[in-house]
Design a protein around this ligand. Structure first.
Ligand code: UDX
Length: 457
């Protein structure tokens, strides 16, 4: 329609594909772009290349209605769109902690020469502060001078597993702009979100700001969330030393609304494609800006997070009464069932997954590891090849000396400890996510160890 700008999303990973599909659902005409031909072929045929609840149906519905299409042609993207969202990945660089911006650069410099009329390029990927300004320069260099292409920044905050909901019903929209035209265009590009909110009697707060603040909002939010998780995991370490229970501690402090009860689950720590790399890239960028000291605590946040992974191996040695040498424990001949491979439930994402990092450590200590995950098996196999993968929970635990629950899938939380107990060689369980009931498991004859929890008997 004329009132609504036509939208394109460059990069159809978790972020871009979800946005493209959801904005078609909101009524926009949308074109999704990726350089990966296989991904575009899959999406065009109605297959989401990753697991995200609810997304498949929306993809098929909006392909059928003609609102949504996919392409591998920059020229087509430029012809089609009024607003182009950059959603490509910004992984950690191989040579350090900084973010790799080569995909962003490639998307912008390949698109810009084809932009024949006025259009808005909007950055969504998580980037170091200063990137929007750099993109503006790239556009000035590569787009036709008379087209008047402008740049804006609008970070996103979607959580995997809740992505559809987070895109359709965001808790805020950040608008980093340098002109009234860009502001109005970005408003029009989000009108569907505001309209939906209105019909549901909600409001979506909007923060209009400069480029640098808009970029920082995203990394600051993720740094805060990572810090909150590491804070409670640090308390878990103290609880372990003092014989206290971090789950009750978290509940108790969480009743204070200034603290809040969310993101206070102690366990194997945070992973995924965002938090770990984002806090590192943030430190690297602050260093470049001469503000490194301000973020030194994030190094500690990272260390606490890494220590939780090692803690599981230590608990395994303890439970199995194996000696713990300077090179770690000797777990040779021990059969360990690992339940969970993804970095969190309701996702098939294994990027920087604590579960897989622990699998590697267990295997390195000589343990024979059987891994089972409801959705993440294919991705896990690609990451860690030299362990066994099983098709079912029961198959993974059969004959095991130790069971480790490392991702809190509902299937594991609901597992019957009595029935599982009959399959294993030894009833020993490490609850890496504090998601099982120690009373129930102990009553079923299991030796239970949680994270930051006392020994139950
Ligand atoms: C995160 C941010 O939440 C999101 O706003 C941002 O856009 C991208 O990064 P996501 O990576 O999907 O989203 O996962 P999230 O739910 O935040 O969990 C991150 C990690 O922290 C997971 O490994 C999770 O298991 C762990 N976590 C989370 C905890 O260990 N304890 C908690 O209390 C919460």
């Amino acid at each position: 329609g004329a009132a609504r700008p036509r939208l394109t999303f460059l990069g159809t990973g978790y972020l871009g594909a979800t946005y493209a599909i959801c904005f078609a659902e909101l009524g926009y005409e949308v074109l999704g772009f990726d350089v990966d031909k296989a991904k575009i072929a899959m999406l065009s045929e109605g297959q989401v290349p990753f697991h995200e609840p609810g997304l498949d149906e929306l993809l098929r519905k909006n392909l059928a209605s003609g609102k949504l299409r996919f392409s591998t042609s920059y020229e087509e993207v430029a012809d089609f769109g009024d607003v182009h969202f950059i959603c490509v990945g910004t992984p950690q660089r191989a040579d350090g902690m900084a973010a790799d911006l080569s995909y962003v650069e490639s998307a912008v410099t390949n698109l810009a020469p084809h932009l024949k009329r006025k259009a808005l390029i909007v950055g969504k990927s998580t980037v170091p502060v200063g990137t929007a300004e750099w993109i503006e320069q790239l556009v000035r260099r590569h787009a036709p001078a008379d087209a008047g292409v402008e740049v804006a920044w609008s970070p996103e905050f979607l959580q995997e597993g809740f992505a559809v909901e987070d895109v359709l019903r965001p808790n805020r929209i950040i608008v980093g702009v340098r002109s009234e035209w860009a502001n109005a265009m970005l408003y029009a590009a989000h009108k569907g979100v505001f309209d939906l909110a209105m019909t549901e009697d909600r409001e979506v707060p909007v923060v209009v700001t400069d480029f640098a603040t808009a970029e920082l909002v995203k990394v600051a939010a993720n740094a805060f969330l990572a810090t909150k998780i590491s804070f409670i995991n640090a308390m878990a370490e103290v609880c372990e030393a003092a014989g206290a229970d971090v789950t009750l501690l978290a509940r108790a402090i969480g009743y204070d609304p200034r603290i809040g009860n969310k993101f206070l689950r102690a366990g194997v720590g945070f992973g995924g494609g965002c938090l770990p790399k984002d806090i590192r890239a943030f430190q690297a960028r602050a260093q470049e800006l001469g503000a490194g000291e301000a973020l030194r605590f994030l190094h500690e946040v990272d260390l606490i997070n890494q220590r939780r992974r090692q803690r599981v191996v230590q608990l395994a040695a303890e439970l199995l009464e194996r000696p713990y040498g300077p090179a770690g424990p000797d777990l040779s001949g021990v059969r360990v069932a690992v339940l969970g491979a993804t970095f969190k439930p309701n996702s098939d994402d294994v990027r920087d997954s604590p579960a897989l990092s622990i699998v590697r450590k267990l295997a390195r200590s000589g343990a024979q590891v059987n891994v089972y995950d409801p959705e993440g098996m294919e991705n896990a196999k690609r990451e860690v090849g030299d362990v066994s993968y099983t098709k079912a929970l029961t198959e993974a635990v059969a004959g095991a000396d130790l069971v480790c629950v490392l991702t809190e899938w509902e299937e594991f939380r609901n597992a019957d400890p009595q029935a599982l107990g009959e399959l294993v060689a030894g009833r020993k369980v490490i609850d890496g996510r504090n998601c099982l009931d120690p009373v129930v498991w102990t009553a079923a004859g299991w030796e239970y160890r949680g994270m930051g929890r006392p020994v139950f008997s």
